[in-house]
Design a protein around this ligand. Structure first.
Ligand code: GDP
Length: 334
């Protein structure tokens, strides 16, 4: 980005937000996130200017993605882990990507009883999933919120998602390290392997080991052998499988030790920043693709011709190649 772009003069209200976020003021952070999540176009414009002004202050946290089916213990884990980080002198932000919240109106972090102790700590900032729009839109808002949290000096940003659907891919694409939480039984890991979520994981944690330590050890061995046959998304890193109990606060320190080892190994090889650069570029291209698609579908000529051509292709009367060429031609005004 051109440096001049980030020095655009901001309106006084927006400059106050930028200053407040940098001063680690929670109200300013919350207000900036509300601006990001607003669907009003004037709010969107202001939000982009605020983020742009803060961009040079981002990048200093470690971004951890956490996934797992409902009931596996995500919020119990985040509460225990968050309190552990605070005890080490760190500040932690917890965000979520839950596209189902736009349907149900609720969200995975909406329930006030979750992470009760963590939510009362001034060193923690917990924000539910944005509830408006498609997975792409929800993920965009969460990425932007993550950047604001970094500018506001949080050392660790956790992005939580439920272990169903495409949201894991979106969260893995915005975090440095992606962790999968599993139950200590064989059926659970088979499900995750089948859905392709295990391939995304940089770290697998078997929770609730206190209930049945033997079953947990067996699940660990099975997952380790399954992992040895898979190709991993992060080169130069073999995902460890840990066994812990979030409820009994047993094993969280070794989880943090693995996260920092990951950061150190990846930083030494240059992969850490390479992954972030790749993620930023992939995000830009995704926005371009989505934007082009929306414009294509919104083009008046395309809109009036599309149903006829769709029908013709479906009936086998027109070649898909020809139909695509004609529609793209109309879009380009040819
Ligand atoms: P989430 O839906 O993934 O966020 O799961 P929760 O954190 O709400 O946990 C679901 C249930 O599992 C709750 O009743 C927790 O108390 C319980 N739980 C979570 N972690 C553990 C654990 O390590 N051991 C045991 N025994 N129970 C746990």
């Amino acid at each position: 980005m051109n440096r001049a772009d980030s020095r655009l003069t901001l309106a006084p209200a927006d400059q106050a937000l930028v200053d407040g976020v940098l001063a680690r003021n929670r109200r300013a952070l919350a207000k900036s996130i509300t601006l990001i999540e607003s669907t009003r176009s004037d709010h969107q414009r202001r939000a982009q200017q605020v983020i742009n002004a803060l961009l040079q202050h981002t990048g200093n946290s470690i971004r951890i993605g956490i996934s797992g089916v409902p009931g596996v213990g995500k919020s119990t884990f985040i509460e225990t882990f968050g309190l552990f980080l605070i005890a080490q002198g760190m500040r932690v932000a917890v965000l979520a990507v839950d596209p189902s919240s736009s349907v149900s109106g609720g969200s995975i972090l909406g329930d006030k009883t979750r992470m009760e102790m963590l939510s009362q700590r001034p060193e923690a900032f917990i924000r539910p999933s944005p509830s408006a729009g498609s997975l792409g839109g929800v993920a965009d808002r969460t990425r932007e919120t993550l950047l604001l949290c970094e500018a506001s000096g949080f050392d660790v940003v956790i992005v939580e998602t439920v272990g169903v659907g495409q949201s894991e891919t979106a969260v893995a694409a915005m975090t440095d390290i992606f962790m999968l939480l599993q139950l200590p039984n064989a059926g659970d890991d088979l499900q995750a392997i089948k859905k392709g979520i295990v391939e995304l994981a940089d770290l697998i944690v078997i929770n609730k080991a206190d209930l049945d330590p033997e079953a947990a050890a067996l699940a660990r061995a099975q997952l380790k052998s399954a992992l040895s046959m898979l190709r991993h998304t992060t080169p130069g890193w073999e995902p460890p499988v840990l066994v812990l109990s979030a409820l009994k606060d047993d094993g969280v320190a070794s989880f943090w030790a693995e996260v920092t080892r990951f950061r150190d190994v990846m930083s030494a090889s240059g992969e850490f920043m390479a992954k972030r650069r790749g993620q930023a570029l992939a995000w830009m291209w995704e926005l371009i693709d989505r934007g082009l698609r929306a414009r294509f579908r919104g083009n008046p000529q395309v809109r009036s011709t599309l149903p006829t051509l769709v029908e013709a292709v479906a009936m086998g009367n027109t070649m898909p190649t020809l139909a695509a060429q004609r529609l793209l031609g109309m879009f380009e005004g040819k």
